[in-house]
Design a protein around this ligand. Structure first.
Ligand code: HXC
Ligand code: NAP
Length: 284
């Protein structure tokens, strides 16, 4: 889909880049010529992924350990990455925490655990890099991965929904404020993309997975390369006029959920015949 030099020599930091969608984006960025740092809490995992992807692509991959909930660790992570790969051009806020639960079963610590990773972690990483870009008079790009419920809210994932909404608002706010410095910020809202991290916490049984699939008009889950290609475009210079955007990649899930009458999908052809007779019969 892209020229293989699309991201040539860009330095990209992907939080949560050792697993799931973060790993898939990292692999695609490397194939397109970038050097990538991956950061999260599990350093052994990061180091083995860095080794594997570095050998497969011939690009530089650097692993840095950090808990994005802790501002001092974020500062250290960015110092560490810049010392090894040079100044960072692109930040991908991908790290997240989430689980399904009725909200009345949650403690304040459960809220803090998710909001700390998703909302505070994204703020800390964005602020630290934004300050550096502005003081260096250097352009930069931020891409944050949110979720389809970021703009609608959703029950059963309330700490995540609050946090993802905050990330969308952060993105729009700073796209306005920091455009003058050449800093672009965008968000991607993925529908369901199978990953071990999300499936183990959100779709623990096949029955729940089937429920989610039934909400996607295109009738399937997303493929990682589809999201990785969209992310590559949004962090590349080819999207230089796009900022403050929220791009859905969800097989139509958001459109389906927004249309109250889409539940009529369940009506059979025979039932439609009966309905039509009743409807026409009631006329005049
Ligand atoms: C209720 C829970 C819980 C659960 C944890 N808690 N899991 N409460 N139901 N399933 C509560 C704990 O009891 C505790 O409160 C508090 O949360 C903190 O728990 P810890 O285990 O100490 O937290 P921590 O070790 O910091 O781990 C954070 C985590 C964990 C979010 C809980 O799941 C994690 O590390 N996740 C990272 C990866 C991830 O979640 N990936 C999925 C992303 S998918 P008490 O009161 O007991 O002390 C996504 C969108 C998907 O974001 C959309 C799909 C369509
Ligand atoms: P995942 O593999 O569980 O990814 C989450 C990553 O975040 C992990 O690599 C984890 O690494 C890292 N992380 C968690 N807490 C952290 C912390 N405190 N500090 C630093 N890193 C931390 O799940 P995924 O499905 O790929 O999710 C990736 C992104 O896509 C998330 O933003 C998620 O909300 C979004 N998303 C996913 C889906 C989907 O269907 N998969 C749908 C919508 C949105 P460590 O454990 O090593 O810290």
């Amino acid at each position: 889909m892209f020229r293989t030099d699309l991201l040539k020599d860009k330095v990209i930091l992907v939080t949560g880049g050792g697993s799931g969608l973060g790993r898939s984006m990292t692999e695609r960025f490397l194939q397109l010529g970038a050097n990538v740092a991956i950061a999260s809490r599990r350093i052994e995992l990061l180091q083995s992924v860095a080794k594997e992807l570095g050998e497969a692509t011939g690009r530089q991959v650097y692993a840095s350990q950090a808990d994005v909930r802790i501002p001092e660790q974020v500062t250290h992570m960015i110092d560490d990455v810049e010392a090894h790969l040079g100044p960072i051009d692109v930040l991908v806020n991908n790290a997240a925490g989430n689980f399904i639960s009725p909200t009345e079963r949650l403690s304040h610590r459960a809220f803090d655990a998710v909001m700390g990773i998703v909302l505070h972690g994204t703020v800390y990483c964005t602020l630290e890099l934004g300050k550096r870009w502005i003081s260096r008079n250097r352009a930069g790009t931020v891409l944050s991965i949110v979720a389809t419920y970021a703009t609608t809210g959703s029950g059963y994932v309330v700490p995540s929904a609050i946090s993802k909404a905050g990330v969308v608002t952060l993105t729009k706010s700073l796209a306005g404020e920091w455009g003058k410095y050449g800093i672009r910020l965008n968000t991607i809202a993925p529908g369901p993309f199978p990953t071990e991290g999300a499936w183990s916490r959100l779709m623990p049984t096949e029955a729940i997975e089937a429920l989610f699939k039934s909400q996607v008009p295109l009738g399937r889950m997303g493929e990682h390369r589809e999201l990785a290609n969209l992310a590559s475009y949004l962090v590349s210079d080819e999207s230089a006029f796009i900022t403050g955007a929220l791009v859905h990649i969800d097989g139509g899930e958001s459109a389906w959920n927004a249309g109250g009458f889409n539940v009529l999908d369940q009506v059979t052809a025979a039932q439609w015949d009966e309905l039509e007779t009743a409807r026409r019969g009631s006329k005049g």
